[in-house]
Write a protein that binds this ligand. Structure first.
Ligand code: C5P
Length: 306
């Protein structure tokens, strides 16, 4: 039976600057994405009708109905090609579910590439990017990988140069946080704060981009920003303990990853990351701590049987 397997990376936002709420319910962002080497794999095989299965940690929390982002990706591509979405998508999960690391977006990006190859469609890259943007704000970046500046909802991408390898530790939490709920909490906290009433447009940070381009973890650590962090901490106060444990264990810096609840810590090198992961695992402040590296490539075909 023909099959195509594609792997796609998780991301951490090394800068997530959130502007005011837009009339369409989204927020304008200046978002610096960095793809990390935690990856999901999606295998597409022919089937009578669109079907999704999922295995791996947290698989039980992944919806397997038509609302699954990978299923929506297959349906969107099939509609564009004018064919039936007659595919079985099997997701091997390694990215934490609802963890603020864009795991669902990675699955959607992987499904787009896998179905395109399985169906022999050769869809142009720009069309895949456009379909990806229609599926979710973070899906285009999961296709692209590396590092990128995201504007708009996050979907208007400019690739950014990155030198060398950055060493990260991710502290995975018990359970997830809903991205819309975290944005709502951000709006609520801002409305409560007299000084935060007028939210300025989100800005970029040239020093952060220089740190990525130089491969300098110390300079990058000094520039990490996540405007969603107060909202994630408000909804999940225990994350403050995780952030403190990482700081006490010698992380160069730590922050909530995207909308959380995963916390991300930067280490100086691979040994530092391994020691930090061990300390965080021993701290009892997270479900599991995992060391990994960045940047990672975007969605990539790793197996193809015609
Ligand atoms: O686009 P996506 O489906 O990933 O976004 C999930 C939710 O996150 C949106 O429905 C919205 O509530 C929030 N969001 C936002 N501003 C963005 C991106 C996402 O408010 N730029």
């Amino acid at each position: 039976m023909p099959s195509v397997t594609v792997r796609a990376p998780a991301k951490v936002n090394v800068r997530l600057a959130v502007g005011p709420l837009r009339p369409d319910g989204y927020h304008d962002l200046v978002n610096v994405f960095l793809a990390v080497a935690l990856q999901d794999r999606v295998t597409a095989t022919p089937a009578g009708a669109l079907r999704v299965t999922c295995a791996g940690p947290g698989a039980g929390q992944v919806p397997l109905d038509a609302g699954n982002l990978a299923a929506r990706a297959a349906a969107a591509l099939a509609a564009r090609l004018g064919r039936a979405p007659d595919v079985h998508l099997h997701i091997d999960k390694d990215i934490p579910v609802a963890g603020g690391m864009a795991g669902g977006s990675a699955d959607a990006a992987a499904a787009l590439l896998a179905c395109d190859a399985l169906w022999g469609a050769g869809t142009p890259r720009e069309t895949l990017h456009e379909l990806a943007a229609g599926l979710g704000s973070d899906v285009p970046f999961a296709l692209a990988g590396g590092a990128a500046l995201g504007r708009g909802r996050g979907e208007l991408l400019t690739p950014l140069p990155v030198e060398g390898t950055f060493h990260w530790v991710f502290a995975l939490a018990e359970g997830g946080l809903s991205t819309p709920a975290v944005y709502r909490e951000c709006d609520r906290l801002r409305a409560e704060d007299p000084a935060g009433a007028d939210v300025p447009p989100p800005q970029g940070d040239p020093a952060l981009e220089a740190a990525l381009a130089a491969g300098d973890p110390h300079a990058l650590a000094a520039r990490l920003v996540n405007d969603l962090q107060p909202a994630a901490l408000s909804l999940r106060p225990a994350l403050a303990d995780t952030l403190r444990a990482g700081a006490d264990a010698g992380a160069l810096a730590g922050l909530v990853s995207g909308s959380g609840p995963t916390c991300a810590f930067l280490a100086a090198d691979a040994d530092g990351a391994a020691a930090l992961a061990k300390s965080l695992n021993d701290s009892g402040t997270c479900r599991q701590a995992r060391a990994t590296t960045a940047p990672a490539p975007g969605a990539t075909t790793i197996d193809f049987h015609a």
